[in-house]
Write a protein that binds this ligand. Structure first.
Ligand SMILES: NC(=O)c1ccc[n+]([C@@H]2O[C@H](COP(=O)([O-])OP(=O)(O)OC[C@H]3O[C@@H](n4cnc5c(N)ncnc54)[C@H](OP(=O)(O)O)[C@@H]3O)[C@@H](O)[C@H]2O)c1
Length: 244
């Protein structure tokens, strides 16, 4: 049995992955943005659940969330799933990029890290202007490019941890919309598999997956100088130092 922490698990792909992992007999620490969302989540499930709260658009709450996760013990797997699509650039930066960075830095390292990206990362880029106080130039695609950069940076710096990024496909969640063409179940099966499988294909690091298969991420995400600049800017923006 694995202990698994999933951000944004009150709804959408995070919730579906969490529910599947519970059904498989794993222990899940749920995360909701606030007490009201936590209550809605409890109403959807039968039986008690382990849960932490924190609004990821607020860096202080994200740091407090990391402390709460550490208080709950050590986890084998962290799934950085929470995300926003239609939001202002600052909220996209905080929720999609800075929160996964802060939580990665401050929570005791697990054995496996999974970062939710998107095939839209292929249109994204990383540049320093995205980390200014008013990051007007940041798009959702950029934030998903950041997630592949982060997954690959961690894979390189922490060789004992399996760190990978996932494109779940365009699926019908609150974010994807009811007309999304891809299969909803396939949208979370890769995260469940990377979190728990003992197949050799799942024991890899620094990779980018779609529907259980490794895919080619944007080639620039391999650039170690870019990865280092990204970590440096996340550190300067958040005030949270990368461990080691
Ligand atoms: N759906 C797609 O087609 C698609 C495609 C490519 C990639 N993805 C990625 O897959 C991941 C999951 O997406 P989804 O489709 O499941 O989206 P979703 O249905 O909108 O769910 C997103 C989750 O993130 C949480 N969240 C958002 N902002 C938050 C904040 N400030 N603080 C705390 N939690 C917050 C949401 O909480 P609330 O319920 O409180 O809002 C929700 O639990 C995202 O990273 C997304 O970028 C999705």
């Amino acid at each position: 049995m694995a202990r698994i922490f999933i951000t944004g698990s009150a709804d959408g792909l995070g919730f579906l992955a969490a529910r599947r992992l519970l059904a498989l007999g794993h222990e899940v620490l749920f995360h909701a943005r606030n007490a009201a969302r936590a209550q809605k989540l409890r109403n959807k499930l039968t039986g008690p659940i382990e849960l932490v709260t924190g609004d990821l658009s607020d860096m202080e709450q994200t740091i407090a969330l990391a402390n709460a996760v550490n208080k709950a013990g050590r986890f084998n797997v962290h799934i950085h799933n929470a995300g926003v699509y239609q939001a202002n650039p600052r909220t996209i930066l905080h929720v999609n990029t800075i929160a996964p960075y802060i939580l990665t830095c401050l929570i005791h390292p697990p054995q496996r890290l999974i970062y939710l990206s998107s095939n839209m990362h292929l249109q994204g880029r990383f540049h320093s202007a995205q980390f200014e106080a008013s990051p007007n130039q940041l798009t959702y695609s950029d934030s998903k490019f950041h997630m592949v950069l982060l997954a690959k940076a961690i894979a390189r710096k922490w060789p004992a941890v399996f760190s990978n990024a996932v494109d779940p496909g365009w699926v019908p969640t609150k974010m994807g919309g009811s007309g999304a063409p891809d299969n909803l179940e396939k949208g979370y099966e890769t995260q469940v598999w990377l979190a728990t499988s003992s197949e050799p294909n799942a024991y890899v690091s620094g990779k980018y997956f779609h529907h259980l298969l490794e895919r080619q991420a944007h080639p620039l995400t391999e650039a170690t100088d870019l990865q280092e600049q990204f970590l440096e800017l996340c550190k300067n923006y958040s005030g949270v130092k990368f461990p080691g």
